[in-house]
Design a protein around this ligand. Structure first.
Ligand SMILES: C[S@@+](CC[C@H](N)C(=O)[O-])C[C@H]1O[C@@H](n2cnc3c(N)ncnc32)[C@H](O)[C@@H]1O
Length: 232
């Protein structure tokens, strides 16, 4: 059996096993799979975030390395005053909260079980004036009343093969409507992730964020920060 076929069989039994593998990264603090209602203090100069993490609503309830990389990148770029930002697969809401701290009007989104922890994190950081929480399942039509966005953020959203076409569809829907900048931060965990990029390539081109001063270091950790552009 090929290595890829074996991976697929193991994925069918436990789709999240890649996420649970221990990362030897000096990024987000280690959060055991059993972590429950713990508050992390995370700094992304010039902003800092108090982040409630709790694994009980699912894998999104903890902070992931690509989320930390994307948060660091947008914080370094500076003010997002006047920008309208949408985050997909927000989990705890970390990246969107950072965008809110930087002055943006932000909509953080995920599946229903994650919404309570996102709401608690918005409140914990006093961001309810500028960060809203919305259920957005990839592949579903965009809500009719969704405002227009200048910037789309997505971190660590490539891990579950059945969701690959759904995520691509949502990216297409948003990009076709708003023509936003799309920052897509991805940690490579397995060979099957290639299939996501094969699907993505039909609709988007991309380049690495060459202005990220930590690009080389992240590359060693198998994390890529990409800027996507819709193919016309
Ligand atoms: C690995 S977590 C990353 C969370 C966060 N972006 C971070 O970097 O810490 C992936 C997130 O994608 C969300 N997700 C997975 N499938 C989804 C779908 N079909 N629609 C919307 N969100 C989804 C999960 O609920 C989870 O919060």
């Amino acid at each position: 059996m090929s290595a890829l076929a074996l991976e697929e069989q193991l994925d069918a039994i436990d789709p999240l096993r890649h996420l649970r593998q221990h990362d030897e990264l000096d990024l987000v603090p280690a959060q055991p799979p059993s972590v429950h209602n713990q508050t992390l203090e995370l700094a992304f100069p010039p902003v800092s975030i108090r982040l409630l993490v709790d694994a009980s609503p699912g894998c999104g309830g903890i902070a992931w390395p690509a989320g930390e990389v994307l948060s660091t990148y947008i914080a370094r770029r500076g003010s997002l005053q006047g920008k309208h930002v949408l985050e997909l697969g927000s989990g705890t809401g970390l990246v969107g909260l950072v965008a809110g701290m930087l002055g943006a009007d932000v909509c953080i989104t995920d599946q229903a079980p994650l919404l309570p922890i996102m709401e608690r994190n918005v409140a914990l950081n006093n961001l309810s004036d500028c960060v809203s929480v919305l259920e957005l399942n990839w592949g579903d039509p965009l809500p009719r009343n969704l405002p227009h966005f200048d910037l789309i953020l997505a971190a660590d959203c490539v891990y579950f093969e059945p969701a690959f076409p759904l995520l691509v569809q949502t990216l297409v829907d948003i990009a076709s409507r708003d023509d936003p900048e799309i920052l897509f931060c991805y940690k490579k965990r397995r060979k099957a992730d290639k299939r996501f990029f094969t699907m993505l390539k039909k609709k988007f081109s991309w380049e690495e964020a060459f202005d990220d001063p930590d690009r080389e270091k992240h590359g060693k950790d198998a994390i890529s920060l990409l800027r996507l552009a819709r193919r016309r």
